[in-house]
Design a protein. Structure first.
Length: 245
């Protein structure tokens, strides 16, 4: 049995689980509540979307294949209305195309079924920690370098006077790269600083999110001006538009 005092140490964090599989849903509710979180649940996509829009959750765990509305559509609608709410997808759809679709819909993380509950709890803690870190940043802080300006209070960036809305994950990646201007940042560093853990299997996740960020800040993604891939290393941000290998 886990440490009992740890199990009963409640937090004020409120989570929503959206999954039509009764056995998986009840397992998640039990283990996540036992870890100290407050948990609501929904049994189909439409109910999940309604609850997500009507309440304020610190994190949402979302299945994909559900009746009434699939998880991708739920995620899209939540992201429009609640752009800062972390979303963790839990699904049996595990191809790179499935993951890419999930991230394109606005998911922050993606875990394939069957999963170990400890891995779920790890991902939850990492996403919540990222949210806490964002809250502790000075809401008036503006980081500027060259053509790029980022606004932590609104999860926006300004590129050549054009304001662009980012997902929480895209923003955290850009924020990390802004701390290392003109310096290659490894994939492991991005995983640790943005997600809070390092796993070889999640390298694809980083690449998908970086691709989404690049689509938003670059005029030509095939010949990027700012966000460059450094082969066998990671990524490099050149906000002044000059790239040297």
């Amino acid at each position: 049995m886990n440490n009992i005092s740890e199990q009963h140490q409640k937090t004020n964090k409120r989570l929503l689980i959206v999954d039509d599989d009764k056995q998986i849903r009840e397992l998640l509710v039990f283990d996540i509540e036992s870890s100290g979180y407050n948990v609501d649940f929904a049994t189909d996509g439409l109910e999940g979307l309604q609850k997500a829009l009507e309440n304020n959750y610190d994190l949402i765990l979302l299945d994909v294949m559900m009746p009434k509305m699939n998880g991708y559509d739920v995620c899209k609608n939540i992201r429009i209305a609640k752009p800062n709410t972390p979303i963790l997808m839990l699904t049996a759809k595990g191809t790179i195309e499935d993951k890419t679709e999930g991230f394109d819909c606005g998911a922050d993380d993606y875990l394939i079924k069957p999963f170990e509950i400890q891995e779920v709890l790890l991902r939850i803690r990492a996403l919540l920690r990222r949210g806490n870190n964002a809250e502790t940043k000075n809401s008036k802080e503006i980081l500027r370098a060259g053509d790029i300006e980022i606004l932590p209070d609104s999860l926006e960036t300004v590129v050549l006077d054009k304001k662009i809305k980012l997902t929480p994950t895209e923003f955290e990646i850009l924020y990390c790269l802004m701390q290392h201007i003109n310096t290659p940042v490894t994939l492991a560093t991005l995983l640790n600083e943005v997600w809070g853990y390092d796993s070889d299997e999640d390298v694809r996740m980083v690449r998908v999110h970086v691709g989404g960020l690049r689509q938003k800040i670059e005029q030509n993604t095939r010949n990027p001006k700012y966000l460059h891939t450094v082969v066998n290393v990671g990524y490099k941000l050149t906000p002044f538009g000059k790239f040297e290998c």
